[in-house]
Design a protein around this ligand. Structure first.
Ligand SMILES: Nc1nc(=O)c2c([nH]1)NC[C@@H]1CN(c3ccc(C(=O)N[C@@H](CCC(=O)O)C(=O)O)cc3)C=[N+]21
Length: 297
């Protein structure tokens, strides 16, 4: 058997088109332009690439984009002052502070300072709590993108056996909450899980978010399972080139899985599309406008 490749890039393009449509409507009907502010502290080259593509796609969707680049030595209080300024700015509906932050800055303090209504990453404890209790929340972009692909491919998820590998606050835990919200039976596996291959073998849905290149082996995957690969790992390629691989051994897994997301072109583009979707959603909630359909959990 050979797996269906879930084309995250194409799916993300459709979501961005829906976002652009909704943006055009709220601009013409209500005179409101959704705005996203991205804050980057330091010079990490990989981060700069993401920030650039976010800015470009925000503009293409008809939204306003604000970029703040601070140097790596920026004091925490200065970052907090910027966040306060963005919280108070009526042109800004979404705030994303790119992680990881430099070591001298307390990430939790910065995330706590973001107005939960503008928290398009869904990392504020208010949104974490709202999601965990099944209330209307801002939902983290990467797990939201994964959920959209799973629903699109499988339809109703209720009763399915799902294994999430990884327990981070940004992917593993919110992913587990979303799958629970769709009535899956959810197992969260991690570095201390005993007999991980056996745990993964029971899953009809596997979400791999461990950050270790090709750690999930093809022979761990149950025949027909749907595999969502969240990993984006840069490894040595031919000669002095590098290439991106996921957390799943793609070629081997694609022999047994029913469907699988590629890296690149899977979860990554969906994450950015969901960031745009969350910005429109935040804008609509802030202004009491009808929310876009199908773009939230
Ligand atoms: N507060 C915060 N929120 C984030 O959402 C966040 C963050 N910090 N810090 C960094 C990570 C990383 N991230 C990616 C998003 C898209 C791609 C993406 O589209 N990748 C392309 C490949 C890009 C390439 O070729 O390098 C793909 O998978 O096809 C990758 C990585 C969001 N992050």
């Amino acid at each position: 058997m050979t797996a269906t490749i879930i084309d995250g890039k194409a799916f993300a393009g459709r979501i961005r088109a829906q976002v652009a449509q909704h943006v055009a409507r709220i601009k013409s009907d209500h005179g409101v332009t959704p705005g996203l502010a991205v804050v980057l502290v330091g010079e990490d080259p990989a981060s700069q690439v993401y920030v650039r593509s976010k800015g470009k796609q925000t503009g293409e969707a008809g939204m306003a984009s604000f970029e703040h680049r601070l140097d790596a030595g920026t004091a925490q209080e200065d970052l907090l002052a910027l966040v306060a300024q963005l919280n108070a700015d009526p042109a800004v509906h979404g705030i994303l502070v790119q992680l990881p932050l430099p070591d001298h800055i307390e990430t939790d303090a910065v995330l706590a300072a973001i107005d939960p209504a503008k928290d398009v990453d869904g990392f504020h404890v208010s949104n974490v709590g709202l999601l965990a209790t099944g209330q209307k929340a801002m939902v983290p972009c990467t797990p939201l993108g994964c959920l959209m692909m799973l629903r699109d491919h499988l339809g109703d998820l209720s009763g399915r056996e799902a294994v999430v590998i990884g327990r981070s606050n940004i992917v593993g835990k919110p992913m587990a909450q979303l799958l629970l919200g769709d009535s899956c039976t959810v197992t969260v596996a991690h570095s201390r899980t005993r007999d991980l291959p056996e745990v993964v073998r029971r899953a009809e849905i596997v979400v791999a978010a461990v950050g270790r290149p090709e750690m999930v082996k093809g022979d761990w995957i149950a025949p027909g399972a749907t595999v969502i690969d969240v990993g984006i790992n840069r490894v040595a390629g031919e000669g002095d080139k590098t290439r991106l691989v996921g957390d799943v051994e793609f070629t081997a897994a694609a022999q047994v899985a029913g469907a699988i997301t590629p890296v690149p072109g899977g979860v990554g583009p969906m994450t950015i599309a969901c960031l745009l979707a969350n910005t429109v959603t935040a804008c609509c909630r802030i202004h009491g406008l009808p929310e876009p359909e199908g773009l939230t959990a």
